[in-house]
Design a protein around this ligand. Structure first.
Ligand code: NAP
Length: 333
């Protein structure tokens, strides 16, 4: 006999995501004896290409110099593994699958289905799925994905095809500067193609980038087309100057896109309120409550403003406390 949905044991709290918000939430929830279950994401090629593998964006970065407690900085992947280990040590259970659907229409307990086909029920859910990298969405970019086009220098930058060759980074924020500096270790030259003539990045990061002799800014410019062929992949880009309209070709073995991020909310299928950019809207700016009772949100998925590792971790803590209070108020825990 197979169990029907209503026969399934009901979890106290399911946390979807595996960045700083998710692990901080899990640590607090575990210490409150809520026996949290974290869905950290599945190890699939699809997730690799979308930048949604377990351990989130910090696992795709290098040095983190602004997370309090590490005076000499810490590598992003080391920080994430330490958070995961701490959550597990406190009693968090971890599933290495995606949550593929959730039904919030019934009210609590909610039903979830994971990428292994398993169903479960939970009194509360914390959405901490973060955000993933945007692409330019021009046809030539799509054609050369995995053949020289990437949105993650740390994942792909050390590949032999990029060594001692010119490379392109697109964008002018902290991510673009970080990628350009990282790639300058491998590349002969890095062209930083930015649509304006000032960087959006923090002052320290911008100065470091402009001082790097291997980085050449290409101001006021956008990518018109990625050039290449099926055997060599990317061989260059055609850039257009937005002020003069002039175009020119730059030879390059790769193009790294760093133009911001979009919140990962597809699996929610519009059941939670979002803003015009897709960020989940918190019903009270000082809490982590959403428009559905029992559903909380934390980290970059619900933060159009700060988007920092440390603010995500703080929101994760708040989500655990909000969920715990909600469970207590409903006499569940
Ligand atoms: P971001 O700050 O939003 O910057 C995106 C950049 O891409 C901007 O320069 C933007 O140009 C450009 N851009 C956007 N859409 C474009 C398009 N369609 N074509 C061409 N260019 C486009 O994003 P981010 O750099 O990913 O940073 C996100 C957040 O994470 C920020 O809060 C940042 O401080 C933080 N972060 C921090 C660190 C760190 O502290 N180590 C590292 C990485 C990220 P405009 O400037 O013209 O808008």
């Amino acid at each position: 006999m197979t169990a029907s949905a209503s026969d399934l044991a009901v979890e106290n709290i399911v946390i979807v995501g595996s960045g700083p918000a998710a692990w901080s939430c899990a640590i607090y929830a575990a210490r409150a004896n809520l026996k949290p279950l974290v869905y950290e994401g599945a190890l699939t090629e699809d997730n690799r290409l979308r930048g949604t593998l377990p351990l989130g964006q910090l696992n795709l970065t290098t040095e983190v110099e602004n997370y309090a407690g590490f005076p000499k900085g810490i590598q992003g992947p080391d920080l994430m593994l330490a958070m995961r280990e701490q959550a597990e040590h406190q009693g968090t259970r971890i599933v290495t699958e995606d949550v593929v659907s959730v039904d919030l229409s019934t009210g609590t307990p909610f039903s979830l289905t994971d990428s292994a086909g398993k169903s479960l029920r939970t009194h509360t859910v914390v959405i901490a799925t973060g955000a993933s990298a945007n692409y330019l969405n021009i046809p030539s970019e799509t054609r050369f994905k995995n053949m020289g086009v990437s949105a993650c220098a740390v994942c792909d930058g050390a590949l032999p095809r990029f060594r001692n060759r010119p490379l392109i980074v697109v964008g002018g924020g902290d991510s673009a500067c970080e990628e350009a500096n990282y790639l300058s270790k491998f590349a002969s030259t890095v062209y930083l193609v930015h649509r304006r003539d000032t960087l959006r990045a923090s002052r320290v990061m911008a100065q470091r980038t402009l001082d790097n002799p291997k980085i050449t800014p290409v101001w006021d410019s956008v990518i018109d087309e990625v050039l290449g062929d099926d055997s060599a992949g990317v061989t260059g880009v055609r850039v257009a100057n937005l002020k003069t309209g002039a175009t020119r070709n730059l030879e390059a073995a790769g193009m790294f896109v760093a133009i911001g991020h979009t919140p990962n909310t597809g699996f929610l299928k519009g059941q939670l309120k979002t803003d015009d950019k897709g960020f989940l809207v918190l019903s009270d700016p000082f809490r982590t409550t959403t428009n559905v009772e029992g559903v909380f949100a934390a980290g970059d998925v619900a933060d159009p403003v700060y988007k920092q590792a440390i603010t995500a971790a703080g929101m994760g803590c708040k989500a655990a406390l909000d969920a715990e209070r909600w469970l207590a108020a409903h006499g569940i825990h």
